[in-house]
Design a protein around this ligand. Structure first.
Ligand code: 89Y
Length: 344
């Protein structure tokens, strides 16, 4: 990077602390402004990172600053309005997952950015986690032959709402917040989805949405994949926020278990691969595997919004991940199997 890039932040909650720290790892990136309706939160973040320009109003920030991109880290229900404002003002957009809580809103966001010729990308970081990159590399290298069955799972009793209390107000909770990541991994590993069937449960008290979901996905490449999501499960070795993966293929298997132990089994034998997670002093120790993925994810997104490269996190592509969220809720509500070609 041989010039400076000015980024403005919208949303100064828990996640913004790590997102800003991750941006600062990238040479040339300057976080020049922050915006939050809650001026207290906004000032805290600005002071912590020495950010010069402070706003409580998004259009004002977009109008006053010359930004190479706006990074939207606010709660999902605020995303449509902010993305549409950025599109109108011609400011390239990076928006946290989930893009929106409603598929129609998401489509409008993608369409508006397209019609204004404004780059629009989603900050989807799970596919940038070291263990997931390794799994993908082995799959692409033919280590297991053709995958036919998989399990991607995230079962924990970690008090997720302690750091992210707004999740408790979401009437659609774990699929919208966490399922979106795991569904994106399904697409990353195996390509697009043919059908989806989902059942949900609300186990914990004091929440409005589901905190458990069990999903059966059949991909176009004929992988049968179980996705398990739970924030209510007592586990012997609870390793929040590690996503675990097991994949069976025609020539072998991959098993990513706790503490990033990846085992590859095929006719050549059994191979154990230890994956190391990059260390950053600023990462929250409970979230290290996720927080360290913010750096390569942001680098990829910076290349994309500055037109140097494209990204798999382009919003129109991520829309397919969001369609899976919508389909999972449809299935949970009706008890039906949802065919993804109905979304075309
Ligand atoms: O909010 C979720 C996310 O995006 O990654 C993990 C998490 O913090 C809780 O499951």
């Amino acid at each position: 990077m041989n010039r400076d890039y000015s980024i403005g932040i919208v949303g100064c909650g828990f996640w913004a602390n790590y997102q800003v720290a991750a941006w600062r790892e990238i040479p040339g990136v300057k976080i020049v402004s922050v915006c939050d309706r809650d001026s207290g939160k906004m000032k805290l973040l600005a002071e912590k990172f020495n950010i010069p320009h402070l706003y409580t109003d998004v259009p004002e920030m977009l109008k006053n600053e010359r930004l190479d991109g706006v990074d939207i880290i606010s709660n999902p229900e605020t995303h449509p309005e902010i993305v549409l404002a950025a599109a109108e003002m011609g400011v390239p957009v990076i928006c946290q997952k989930p893009m929106a809580l409603d598929l129609a809103d998401a489509k409008k966001m993608v369409e508006t950015c397209r019609s204004h010729n404004v780059p629009f990308y989603i900050h989807e970081n799970f596919r940038w986690q070291q263990p997931m990159l390794k799994v993908k590399e082995l799959l692409d290298g033919g280590e297991v032959g053709t995958p036919f069955k998989a399990r991607i799972y995230f079962n924990t009793r970690f008090p997720v709402l302690r750091n992210q209390p707004s999740l408790g107000n979401m009437t659609k909770m774990i699929i919208a917040d966490l399922g979106v990541h795991l569904f994106d991994l399904v697409r990353f590993f195996f390509g697009e989805v043919k059908t989806i069937y989902c059942r949900t449960q609300r186990i914990s008290s004091g929440i409005k949405g589901e905190d458990v979901a069990t999903v059966f996905i059949e991909t176009q490449s004929n992988v049968h994949c179980i996705v398990e999501l739970s924030w209510a499960s007592y586990m012997e070795n609870d390793r929040f926020p590690q996503t675990l993966v097991s994949i069976e293929g025609t020539e072998g298997s991959l098993d990513l278990s706790a503490d990033f132990r990846l085992v590859a089994i095929n006719s050549r034998g059994v191979k154990e691969i230890k994956i190391s997670i990059p260390h950053y002093d600023w990462a929250h120790p409970d979230y290290a595997v996720v927080h360290s993925s913010l750096v390569p994810c942001n680098k990829d997104l910076l290349g994309a919004i500055t037109a140097k490269s494209d990204s798999a996190n382009r919003a129109d592509l991520n829309l397919r991940t969001l369609q899976l969220v919508d389909a999972a809720y449809q299935s949970a509500g009706t008890g039906n199997v949802i065919h993804m070609n109905d979304f075309d």
